[in-house]
Write a protein that binds this ligand. Structure first.
Ligand SMILES: [Zn+2]
Length: 244
C-alpha cells in the first residue's frame, strides 16, 4: 500500500488487517487456522528470520504454526486491534470487533509481557554501499557479538564452568520460533504505537469495510480509492432518499 511506512508500522498494520472484509459484506479472518498463520508468517519472513538471528537460513519456509502459536498470535492481534481502536479516538473503531475489544490497560500489559518473551539487543549491520540497518536480535543469539568478554559482570576471570552455566540464564525458556514470532509482533506494535505514525491511523468506515489504515494525506477519509467511491455512492443515495 505505502512503501514509505516504517517496518514496525507495516507489520502491525498487516497483523491487524488479517481481519478484513470478505468481499461479500462480511468479515474474513486470515488467522482462523494454524495453516492460515503459517501462510501469513511465510509472507512476513522478518517476523521469524530477523527475530531468531538465522537470517542466512531459509528458516521461514520451514516454519509451521501449531495451535499454541495461533492462540498466542491471535492474542497479540486482539491487543493490537484494541489499541488501534484506542488510537483512532475520537473516531470510531473498526466495526469488525468494536463490541468485544480488550480494555486498553489489559492490551498494553499483554503486549509488554509478550515482547518480554524474547529479550533482544539492537544489532547494527552496515554493508558497503548500503545504509546502516539496526535489527533487534535475541540476547545470546546475535552471533559474533557474543564472546566471553561480554560477561563482564562476572569479573575478569569468568571460568569456563560459569560461562556454560550462564547459558540457561540467557534463554530461560526453550525459545522456539513461536516465541520469536509472538515477541517480534508485540515489539513492532509497541514501537508503532509509540511513534508519530500512530497519529495517521484511522478506521475506514466505507460501506462493508472494516480496515485500519494510515492516512497518506490530511484529508484522506477512506482506506482505498474503491472504498472512497463506494462511500460517495452511498452518500449520494442517502441524500436522494432524504430529498425524495
Ligand atoms: Zn476501506
Amino acid at each position: 500500500m505505502n512503501d514509505s511506512l516504517g517496518a514496525d508500522a507495516r507489520l502491525s498494520l498487516d497483523l491487524a488487517l488479517t481481519v478484513r472484509p470478505d468481499g461479500r459484506g462480511g468479515v474474513a479472518d486470515d488467522l482462523a487456522t494454524a495453516e492460515g498463520l503459517t501462510e501469513w508468517v511465510r509472507a512476513h519472513p522478518e517476523t521469524v528470520v530477523a527475530g531468531s538471528g538465522r537470517a542466512v537460513e531459509p528458516g521461514v519456509l520451514g516454519f509451521r504454526a501449531g495451535d499454541a502459536e495461533l492462540a498466542a498470535v491471535r492474542e497479540v492481534r486482539a491487543a493490537v486491534r484494541a489499541l488501534f481502536a484506542h488510537a483512532v479516538r475520537p473516531g470510531e473503531p473498526s466495526p469488525a470487533d468494536a463490541a468485544r475489544l480488550l480494555p486498553p490497560r489489559d492490551a498494553v500489559a499483554l503486549l509488554n509481557t509478550r515482547a518480554a518473551l524474547v529479550p533482544t539487543v539492537p544489532v547494527l549491520s552496515w554493508t558497503e554501499g548500503a545504509d546502516p540497518v539496526v535489527r533487534q536480535e535475541p540476547v545470546g543469539r546475535q552471533g559474533s557479538a557474543v564472546h566471553p568478554g561480554s560477561v563482564a559482570h562476572q569479573g575478569p576471570v569468568a571460568s569456563l564452568e560459569s560461562l556454560v552455566h550462564q547459558e540457561p540464564v540467557v534463554s530461560p525458556e526453550p525459545v522456539g520460533e513461536g516465541a520469536d514470532l509472538v515477541a517480534a509482533l508485540a515489539r513492532a506494535a509497541i514501537a508503532f504505537l509509540a511513534s508519530p505514525d500512530r497519529q495517521r491511523l484511522r478506521a475506514c468506515h466505507a460501506p462493508r469495510c472494516v480496515r485500519y489504515f494510515l492516512k497518506d494525506h490530511p484529508r484522506q477519509e477512506w482506506c482505498t480509492r474503491s472504498c472512497g467511491n463506494r462511500a460517495r455512492v452511498a452518500r449520494h443515495h442517502e441524500r436522494h432518499k432524504k430529498s425524495a
